[in-house]
Write a protein that binds this ligand. Structure first.
Ligand SMILES: [Zn+2]
Length: 582
């Protein structure tokens, strides 16, 4: 009997329960032993029942009685049986939940304990409470965004920038870095450094093909010997064992550009064998014979032969000559998907790319051997005419000198000027001016080379994730995710909110094999954002690229508030994530 009674009211304060058990016990014993006259027995039992009823009603009224409800999930039910343990750390109440799955929004509460989501549902019905509650009435609750292409390697390692605020304020709780074939030389060391110093968001590293190639072959336009290829494969395996999530290539950039497809396939096989993925800045995104479409075909071949999941970074049709090719690009990718190739892409919602003056104009052959060799070629009267001719063609393909805005340079007087303006100021052809700037240390540019129609066409694909490719001086670093919401979900209504959230979280987690993140689901890590759809927006512009986004009211990383009521808490709750190799 006593145990039945105790189990019937698992949420009663223990003392109260035990008290009633004792009374009940004594009463039944007395009746059984007939130690009391039968009339008194009956009166006693009636009174006991009344007092029990009143007490239960009282506790129910005060919200202290918490019988196990059918609606409480397994995690909570188990915990509810452990008095003193049942309180959550954080409860987000009454929000519009967009859970990352692509399903339409619903009103639901989200409970967090430690670093995990432990409850999704109706907290009142489940009689849950928490040390801290957030009233999300009228706000959207979503999984923290995941950015599969960033240049945050330096930021996260820098004591002043490790909080990664540019991303947290966009709702990004996990960043991938080491893209474009360029990564940390030592993956394990970088991850350990982040563990030790703390980082504001979660971070994932890719192993850069260009970095590995550079270590073995230098900056040279050469092909590896068998032994050199084996050494590159060994370095790739080491990077994966150290925690990289896959291989990245930058076949557009030197020295990755010097690699033949077969070399990339060989290294990708090593990553694939350890569960890694393939992320690429393709050989070309433009219109030439070996442009966007040829590069997509090369990527598909790599996926097919290395048996590795593919992710095309910042997919675009670059340059006026290629505008409209998004249609054919999408067809190619869909066809590959129908043949069983796992291929996806990411995109930033801007019509200007961000790169360097050098990378955008100088042909790769002129960079072979490194910077000193380039400088020699620039000044070599036998080479310079060919160099200028090819640069002129590259500039034309990108939209001319007017389309290039200098956004970063050692000489700060250049920043904010178009290449055309600089050329006019000193009355020289734009490519001559560009060579001068490159000789003096180079410059970062925003290159306005995309067509809005292509951007929109790619964005609507269910396999296109959101990535910033954030770099200094380009607003995409501070505004990609919030601009996508403001402009394409709310203003233009090109895509709906569940689609945008899914392609900024769960889809990316699935693509990059990031376990237990990207969804609002019980048992998943508590990377959660709460934003106001009336105000959420980017603020960064080409003129003022380093302005934080607005509207992210709460950003929770591994269960801790990194942004609380719109303000950064300074908490470094991010983790250096490592690929777990089975
Ligand atoms: Zn890139």
């Amino acid at each position: 009997m006593p145990s039945v009674l105790l189990n019937s009211f698992p949420e009663w304060p223990e003392k109260v329960a035990r008290f009633y058990v004792r009374i009940y016990n004594r009463c039944t014993l007395s009746i059984a032993n007939r130690r009391l006259p039968i009339r008194i027995h009956r009166r006693f039992v009636v009174r006991l029942r009344i007092s029990l009823f009143v007490t239960v009603a009282l506790f129910a009224f005060m919200g202290l009685s918490r019988p196990i409800s059918q609606t409480v999930p397994a995690v909570s039910a188990r915990d509810a049986r452990a008095p003193g343990d049942q309180q959550l750390d954080l409860l987000i109440l009454h929000g519009q939940l967009v859970d990352g799955s692509g399903k339409k929004p619903r009103t639901a509460d989200v409970g967090i304990r430690g670093d995990r989501i432990v409850f999704v549902g109706d907290a009142r019905k489940a009689h849950l409470d928490a040390a801290r509650t957030i009233d999300a009435t009228g706000l959207v609750v979503a999984p923290g965004f995941i950015d599969p292409h960033t240049h945050t390697l330096g930021d996260l390692s820098d004591s002043n920038r490790k909080s990664n605020l540019a991303y947290l304020t966009q709702g990004v709780t996990t960043v991938v870095t080491g893209n474009d074939g360029s990564s940390a030389a030592n993956i394990g060391e970088t991850l350990r450094k982040w563990d030790a110093q703390g980082i504001g968001s979660n971070a994932i590293l890719l192993a850069g093909h260009g970095t590995i190639r550079g270590r073995v072959l230098g900056p040279n336009d050469v092909q590896p010997t068998t032994a050199q290829l084996e050494e590159m494969k060994r370095l790739m395996a080491q990077a994966m064992d150290d925690g990289a999530f896959g291989i990245s290539t930058g076949l557009y950039y030197a020295p990755g550009s010097y690699a033949k497809t077969e070399e990339v396939i060989e290294l990708s096989k090593v990553a694939a064998a350890k569960g890694g993925v393939y992320d690429t800045h393709m050989r070309s995104e433009g219109a030439s014979e070996n442009g966007l479409l040829t590069s997509i075909k090369e990527t598909i071949r790599i996926g097919r032969e290395a048996k590795i999941p593919l992710h095309i970074s910042h997919i675009k049709a670059l340059g006026r000559d290629s505008w409209g090719q998004s249609t054919q690009a999408i067809k190619l990718i869909k066809k590959a998907q129908s043949e069983g190739i796992e291929i996806r892409a990411c995109q930033y919602p801007y019509t200007a790319s961000g790169t360097s003056l050098q990378a955008s104009l100088i042909p790769r052959w002129a960079e072979a051997g490194g910077r000193n060799e380039l400088l020699k070629r620039i000044d070599d009267p036998n080479v310079r005419p060919r160099l200028l001719a090819e640069m002129t063609e590259n500039l034309r393909g990108r939209g001319g000198a007017e389309s290039m805005l200098i956004i970063d340079a050692r000489d700060r007087t250049l920043v904010g000027k178009r290449l055309s303006t600089l050329a006019a100021e000193i009355n020289k052809p734009p490519v001559e001016v560009a060579l001068e700037v490159i000789k003096q240390g180079g410059a970062g540019i925003a290159s306005f080379n995309m067509n809005e129609q292509d951007v929109r066409r790619f964005m609507k694909q269910k396999w296109v994730t959101t990535c910033s490719d954030g770099s200094s001086g380009h607003p995409r670093k501070y505004g990609t995710f919030t601009k996508k919401l403001r402009e394409y979900v709310y203003n233009q209504r090109l895509i709906d909110l569940p689609f945008a959230v899914r392609n900024s979280s769960a889809l990316t987690a699935e693509m990059f094999r990031i376990p237990e993140r990207g969804l609002i689901r019980e048992g998943y890590y508590a990377d959660v954002i709460v934003f106001d759809e009336k105000t959420v927006s980017d603020r960064a512009t080409y003129e003022q690229p380093e302005v934080f986004s607005v509207g992210m009211k709460y950003v929770i990383v591994n269960g801790k508030l990194a942004v609380d009521n719109g303000a950064n808490t300074g908490v470094l709750a991010g983790r250096a994530l490592r690929k777990k190799i089975q």
